[in-house]
Design a protein around this ligand. Structure first.
Ligand code: SF4
Length: 95
């Protein structure tokens, strides 16, 4: 094997290595993006849960197990008012 052939082979190997590394990085980024999507929380729309911006008697968001102060819900999308209500209301247990 001549020096020229060896250099040519080495260059090809570097090119292959670079191509493989690029593919591996691309694959890792794709896996990362997929995992990020998998961790995303899917919430129900306010329309689906029949959200209303006023309470239903004693049932109100700030007394619900799903409420996240000051104005969020862990199962319903968008802002919810502390005195709002929806049909997924779940009474918060008192500790
Ligand atoms: S009642 Fe509960 S589940 Fe429904 S929007 Fe309010 S906090 Fe969320």
């Amino acid at each position: 094997m001549t020096i020229r052939t060896m250099c040519s082979t080495a260059r090809l190997s570097r090119r292959d290595w670079l191509r493989n590394a690029t593919a591996a990085i691309g694959g890792a980024l794709a896996v990362g993006a997929t995992l990020e999507r998998a961790n995303a929380v899917v919430k129900l729309s306010q329309k689906v849960v029949a959200y209303q911006d006023h309470p239903d008697g004693e049932k109100r968001c700030d007394r619900c197990v799903h409420f996240q102060a000051p104005n969020a819900c862990n199962i319903v999308d968008g802002d919810v008012k502390p005195d709002g209500y929806c049909r997924f209301f779940g009474v918060r247990s008192r500790a």
